[in-house]
Design a binder for this molecule. Structure first.
Ligand code: GDP
Length: 456
């Protein structure tokens, strides 16, 4: 069943030991449930508490004091889920959490499913689906850019864009109805021409808004693959970059990343540096694995950093690397600038037209700053995509909506009666509605919330 109204409870803070833990209870019975578990020092039962006020007291199991803590009741609809929500703060220990949760379940709450609080917030109209997804993005964000973008989405960036696009389709549909219902007053050819033009410009708008790459980069980081033959200084360069930015990102559990990838934060942008060198060295031992990992890293790369030893003439291997086709942008580094240069820079540029070439000394860290600048320039500008659709699910829907609009245009071009386009226009509107969840599709909603964790 889509809408459940029973009272649910879950730990809202991470599992483990902490100064405090917070459990959240949501539903019509929240105050009654908490009344059996928490005794405020002032003597007032939760049902009589003021809205959003903290009460000091004790978690109790009958007469036994289980813990000391604070509790707050947020009354519907002024809460995260728009239901009555009660939160209890107490000492954060695994055993305490287990005890408090089991007391709440015994008092009548049900253990919440993953994402159920946010799902209720969505079903009760506090958030639309894109905003619910933004909550998850915000929680999972590992860089400033990622969190800023999630925040824009949470504040309705995507919602407004979708609303505008849908309003335009409504207006197109109204035009179709008018032409069909009042054939004497509306010139069908003129109406068809107008519809054609507006459908195509809406398509263009949707297409321009699809910016999956910048969304992925903001969220997961810029993927940089370092390539070069042995001894050109790849490890030294990697170390220099890691030194440059002390904030080394530790990977979050669940993100599958290559073992040879290290992440740094460069002015709020996460940069994932993969060194494919080690792979090559182990090739004969575990060739298949090595090659496939290197290939995966290359496929995911936004930037291919080709490192050359500037103190040596180009080798055949260097030339092959420079020439190799790559979907990623190439950036060539001539390392070891402290030594007498022997590399033919003109030939490098000729082999790799369009690529930027940078001279540096990884050992002394000279030129690493400039390299960081270049790397930043490969990421889409921060804040440039405030109205854009950056989540894969949204982009997919927008592209599908475009196809539906193009079908409408094709129908007009084929000389079909105007009302035939209503089917395509309605489809486009329906698909766009899936982004915000206005079009109620249980499958889509289940898929979105499947990525949530318990307590959110
Ligand atoms: P990798 O095999 O490409 O990872 O190369 P390494 O980073 O291990 O470096 C190979 C050798 O080159 C080491 O002896 C480094 O000390 C040296 N090296 C790296 N960068 C520089 C540099 O900028 N200048 C000089 N002179 N030597 C360097």
């Amino acid at each position: 069943m889509l809408i459940k109204t029973d009272t649910i409870a879950a730990l809202a803070t991470p599992e483990g030991e902490g100064g405090i833990a917070i459990v959240r209870v949501s539903g019509a019975q929240a105050a009654d449930v908490v009344a059996r578990v928490f005794r405020a020092a002032c003597g007032k039962p939760p049902q009589a508490w003021s809205h959003a006020r903290m009460y000091y007291g004790h978690v109790v199991d009958g007469d036994e004091r289980v813990d000391e803590g604070m509790a707050v009741l947020m009354r519907a609809p002024h809460s995260y889920t728009r239901e009555d929500v009660c939160e209890i703060q107490f000492h954060g220990g695994r055993m305490q959490v287990r005890r408090v949760l089991s007391l709440l379940l015994r008092a009548g709450a049900r253990a919440a499913e993953p994402g159920e609080f946010t799902r209720r917030a969505f079903l009760n109209g506090r958030l639309d689906l894109s905003q619910a997804e933004a909550v998850m993005r915000l929680i999972a964000s590992s860089s400033e850019r990622g969190s800023r973008e999630a925040m824009r989405q949470l504040e309705g960036g995507v919602s407004h864009f979708v609303a505008r696009a849908r309003a335009e389709i409504v207006s197109l549909l109204a035009g179709v109805s008018a032409a069909v219902d009042f054939p004497d007053e509306v010139d069908e050819d003129e109406a068809a021409g107008d519809l054609r033009e507006r459908a195509l410009s809406l398509c263009e708008l949707l297409r321009r808004a699809c910016d999956e790459r910048s969304g992925r980069i903001a969220q997961e980081g810029l993927n940089v693959v370092i390539a070069g033959r042995p001894n050109v200084g790849k490890s030294s360069l990697l170390n220099a970059l890691l030194r440059e930015e002390r904030a080394i990102v530790t990977d979050l559990p669940g993100t599958t990343r290559d073992v040879l990838t290290e992440s740094i934060l460069l002015r709020g942008l996460r940069v994932n540096l993969s060194d494919t060198a080690g792979l090559r060295e182990t090739q004969d031992v575990v060739e298949a694995i090595g090659v496939s990992r290197a290939r995966t890293a290359m496929e995911r790369a936004d930037v291919l950093l080709v490192v050359l030893d500037g103190s040596q003439p180009l080798s055949g291997e260097d030339e092959a690397l420079l020439r190799a086709p790559s979907a990623a942008r190439k950036l060539v580094v001539l390392n070891k600038s402290d030594l007498k240069q022997a590399v033919d820079e003109a030939r490098v540029r000729a082999l790799c037209p369009g690529a930027q070439v940078l001279t540096l000394c990884a050992q002394r860290g000279e030129g690493v700053d400039a390299l960081c600048e270049r790397l930043l320039s490969f990421a889409p500008e921060d804040g440039a995509q405030s109205a854009a659709l950056t989540q894969a699910r949204h982009v997919q829907a927008a592209r599908e909506a475009c196809r539906a609009l193009e079908d409408a245009v094709a129908a007009i071009d084929a000389g079909l009666p105007l009302d035939v386009t209503a089917v395509d226009l309605t489809r486009a509107m329906h698909i766009l509605g899936e982004i915000t969840g206005e079009t109620f599709d249980e499958d889509v909603i289940d898929r979105v919330f499947a990525t949530f964790c318990v307590g959110k």
